[in-house]
Design a protein around this ligand. Structure first.
Ligand code: THU
Length: 167
């Protein structure tokens, strides 16, 4: 008897791939190192009294301007906001005519930066995708961990099959 998951559909199969380059911090370009350092620094001003997990984001616009953000928590938990969205909404508010080029993300917990990179939550991926679509410019991500750093060329690598009104 066929189980629910045993269907064999012959029309086609969609395979999803993502390009993630794993590097050591020392291998980054000097500009990327500065952006990562800025994201690390931003973790220190996070307001995270509930999770004690401090996230920093540094957003580089195409003309080189860098804006930062960090997670802002609230006693009414859902009212808080992630670092990535804090930074991106600031960028949108102040530089609405500049495309987003790169976002660096770092996290600090238990008195140190995390060993392995954290990846943005689903809600933040959606917001980063909006920036990519809005300016028709790929948003590159640099996810910092002490032991390894992920470089992801565009947000669509992290959000395949994203919603579009046009199918
Ligand atoms: N957080 C971020 O700021 N960015 C992420 O990509 C994941 C999670 C925050 C939300 C919350 O304040 C804390 O980290 C713990 O989840």
């Amino acid at each position: 008897m066929h189980q629910k998951n045993d269907y064999i559909c012959n029309m086609k199969q969609i395979n999803i791939t993502a390009q993630i380059r794993v590097c050591d911090y020392t291998e980054l370009s000097s500009q990327d190192k500065i952006l990562v350092d800025t994201a690390k620094e931003a973790t220190q001003a996070a307001y995270a009294p509930y999770s004690h997990f401090q996230v920093g984001a540094a957003v580089q616009l195409t003309d080189g301007i860098v804006v930062t953000g960090n997670n802002q928590e609230n006693v009414a938990y859902p009212s808080g906001l992630c670092a990535e969205r804090t930074a991106l909404f600031y960028a949108n508010a102040h530089y609405p005519d500049r495309a987003v080029d790169t976002i660096a993300i770092a996290a600090y917990a238990h008195g140190d930066y995390v060993d392995a990179p954290i990846t943005p939550c689903g809600g933040c991926r959606q917001v980063i995708l909006e920036a990519q679509n809005r300016y028709q410019h790929p948003v590159r991500l640099i996810l910092y961990g002490k032991k390894e750093v992920y470089i992801i060329p565009k947000i669509t690598d992290l959000l395949p099959l994203s919603f579009s009104e046009f199918g």
